[in-house]
Design a protein around this ligand. Sequence first.
Ligand SMILES: Nc1ncnc2c1ncn2[C@@H]1O[C@H](COP(=O)(O)OP(=O)(O)O)[C@@H](O)[C@H]1O
Ligand SMILES: [Mg+2]
Length: 288
Amino acid sequence: MKILSVINEKGGVGKTFVTTQLGYFCRYKLGNRVLVVDLDQQNNTGEILSQSGLCSLNPASSGQILRDGESISTDSEFLVVPGDDTLLELESLNEEARVAMNLNNALETVADNFDLCIIDCPPSADVRQLAALSVSTNYLIPFQAKAESISGVDKTMTRASIISQEINTELELVGLLLSMVKMQGIQKENFEQIMKSTGNLLLKKFDPRTKEEKDFCFIPERSEFTAAQQFHRPVFFSEGGKPRKEAAELARVWISLVHKLGLPIHKPLRIGQNPETKKLFEIKGENE
Ligand SMILES: Nc1ncnc2c1ncn2[C@@H]1O[C@H](COP(=O)(O)OP(=O)(O)O)[C@@H](O)[C@H]1O
Ligand SMILES: [Mg+2]
């Protein structure tokens, strides 16, 4: 099981967007078994995924796992562990090692049940972030082309490099991922600056046909993406079944990420929609 921390000390940079949409993509387009852990007490990720109808909810919250050593269910192949206020108690326990060990034990127990675990990290440099980086195989830093967001990247990279030297030598950066990109005005200027300072750390774009990596990935800002999050659905799902151009654009980012992680690629799974409630569901047993 690959364990990917989606991390940045700044809020509002697209961590939840990346976590949820990458989760749907890996589950439904690539047929992977996907576990998502929300370490943010706001539980945006837990809420979005469980409301979508496509993902089951773990009985124990992430806070209960980290604090009390609760476990992760193996009953579902697409599961989210929700965040809650228990997470806020962890800092005052002063037991960083035990908290990280609890997360490690819970994930180790289900390592054969999932192909990928995505950890949505809180926008704070605390014991949760330390625990996430201590147990991860990889990390991804989504960020915006804004000065504050860039300073968040520096801090996160510094912490991660300390952890990879002292605690988790397996930990590897998959890349920095520019998100919510608007190619105009001040952002354009920042963008050019970023290319100079972080160019070689940006997540590279992978072309599955030529098997070549070139340029770099970024996620543009699209009203379609905000809407997909608001209505708890994958960007690639459309009621009429007609593929959207925005979905193809985003798929290229996820394919590059999946390539970098070395994840398996299976058959896609089908999604159904209840015509009355509009709720989505996984069509079991008759895969494409
Ligand atoms: N590429 C994008 N285009 C448009 N809206 C986006 C995009 N990425 C995220 N959003 C929206 O921006 C807001 C903040 O993003 P979110 O993923 O919640 O950030 P974080 O988890 O880092 O705080 C959310 O309302 C989300 O739906
Ligand atoms: Mg979030």
